[in-house]
Design a protein around this ligand. Structure first.
Ligand SMILES: Nc1ncnc2c1ncn2[C@@H]1O[C@H](COP(=O)(O)OP(=O)(O)OP(=O)(O)O)[C@@H](O)[C@H]1O
Length: 451
């Protein structure tokens, strides 16, 4: 690949990641060489190399492959520094025209343009977090410090943090707002230590008006980073600067976090993002469909599909969004309406993975109720047909609907051997194929268990 070709690829990358990201991360890197399927790039610092590799590595690799390069891997190396005393041959040459950006001069992490308050759907589970975030985003006098947002995976913490940052940038361009993840905080701290630039580091962090640190649980157990974070935190609070923190759990539950930090984190406003409920999931899906309309103007969506997804995918919003994106992409590819059947086909793996976990005990209870026998008889030793058949059905359903192995199932059926379970499962499979009543019973039970 030539420098010119890399120049063209960069344009594609710019279009994909936007100007801000591009300027910060891609512009400073240079294509060095392509050898043995490895594309090497020069980067001004390890920090930039690591960041680009983690966040844009796949994209760059895809672009290279697309352009016909036979590349397996990309590698970032810190470009050799200009020698302090230039050699005689190059003495007349000026040093590099533009100095590579220094880590300590880097802005915070890039903000995702999609994560704004406008695109954040509010429902009961997140209304308090949303209200608190909006209040902080007004940029008025600091009333609670820090604002601590926490919640499970993919429930919108990062989205809300970015939304605050965007809003503050628009309303209060005079404020110096710094957003970064706790991991990046650590990176910079370690780098400052190594490069003996702690004074610069301290100065940088103490000069911000609003500090936002995402995923703070990351620094738990990392003693010196915690210590530095604590000092930064105190200095900012003393200076009446706003701090906003997010984590995947409440401050009191972050293990390996020093007590004094934990109590500091708790002294402002602590709000949690609760797991989504059906209404919120449906709202998010509807809002995403609106956003997709411009991208897929011709796509038709059968009624009931969004309700079905909101009902079935209850894990986290990221999975929900991913499912919808895949569904739209697939439907537009095959040029078909998004029906219930197409949804089930296209998302079978996601739907299976987010199935509610059913326990063997629940199955035994249901089946016992269905056939009107006692639960103790279901797991007891009696072998009369009226008990043995329901028992086999329960074994069969346990195999189908749980991830338990045959020996584990056997143990839950009064310590029976795994071959007994295997035999029971086989017998029901046969009966299911021959006997309509059996097939119907099984279907009824399965639906009742999955409801
Ligand atoms: N209420 C919401 N309205 C609209 N989109 C949402 C909402 N909640 C989450 N999302 C979307 O879900 C995805 C995951 O959210 P986000 O990255 O903010 O989660 P997180 O809580 O930071 O998760 P993690 O713990 O993995 O860092 C994002 O694309 C975000 O836009």
């Amino acid at each position: 690949m030539t420098q010119d070709q890399w120049g063209e690829l960069r344009q594609n990358i710019l279009r994909t990641i936007g100007e801000n990201n591009f300027k910060t991360w891609i512009e400073p890197i240079e294509f060095a060489e392509m050898a043995d399927g490895v594309a090497t790039f020069n980067v001004p610092t390890n920090f930039i190399g690591n960041y680009v590799s983690q966040n844009f590595g796949d994209l760059i690799l895809k672009q290279l492959t697309h352009a016909g390069e036979n590349v397996r891997r990309i590698h970032f190396q810190v470009a050799a520094k200009t020698p302090a005393r230039p050699s005689r041959a190059s003495a007349a040459q000026p040093a590099a025209q533009t100095a590579p950006p220094r880590d300590d001069a880097l802005p915070g992490a890039p903000l995702d343009p999609r994560f704004t308050f406008d695109t954040f759907v509010v429902g009961k589970p997140n209304e308090l977090a949303n209200a608190a975030a909006r209040r902080v985003a007004e940029g008025g006098p600091v009333t609670f410090n820090p604002l601590f947002l926490y919640g499970g995976v993919g429930l919108g913490k990062t989205h809300l943090m970015h939304a605050i940052a965007w809003e503050l940038r628009a309303r209060r361009p005079d404020l110096n707002v710094l957003y970064l993840s706790a991991e990046q905080f650590m990176y910079r701290f370690v780098q400052a230590l190594r490069d003996r630039k702690m004074m610069d580091f301290k100065e940088l962090f103490r000069s911000v008006d609003v500090l936002m640190v995402d995923d703070v649980q990351f620094i738990a157990g990392k003693d010196s980073t915690q210590e530095e974070f604590f000092h930064t935190f105190n200095a900012l609070v003393d200076g009446n600067k706003q701090i906003i923190i997010s984590a995947d759990r409440a401050p009191g539950e972050i293990k390996d976090m020093e007590d004094r930090i934990r109590s500091r984190l708790q002294c402002g406003l602590v709000v949690d993002l609760h797991p989504t409920d059906y209404e919120l999931r449906l709202g998010i899906l509807q809002s995403k469909v609106e956003q997709y309309r411009s991208q897929y103007p011709d796509l038709r969506l059968s009624s009931g599909v969004l309700e079905f997804l909101a009902h079935r995918i209850s894990t986290n919003v990221r999975v929900l969004e991913g499912a919808l994106t895949r569904l739209f992409a697939f439907a537009s590819l095959v040029g078909r309406e998004i029906t219930m059947d197409l949804t089930q086909d296209c998302l079978s793996d996601v739907l299976r993975a987010s199935d509610r976990k059913i326990s063997v005990e629940e199955i035994q209870r249901r089946v016992a109720e269905h056939f009107n026998i006692r639960l103790s008889d279901m797991i007891g030793p009696k072998r009369v047909r009226t008990l043995a058949r329901p028992r086999q059905i329960a074994m069969y359903l346990s195999k189908q609907l749980t991830s338990r192995s045959l020996p584990e199932i056997g143990r839950r059926f009064g310590g029976r051997d795994h071959t007994t379970v295997m035999h029971g499962v086989k017998r029901i499979e046969e009966l299911r194929a021959q006997d309509g009543q059996m097939a119907e019973d099984l279907e009824l039970l399965r639906r009742a268990l999955e409801a």
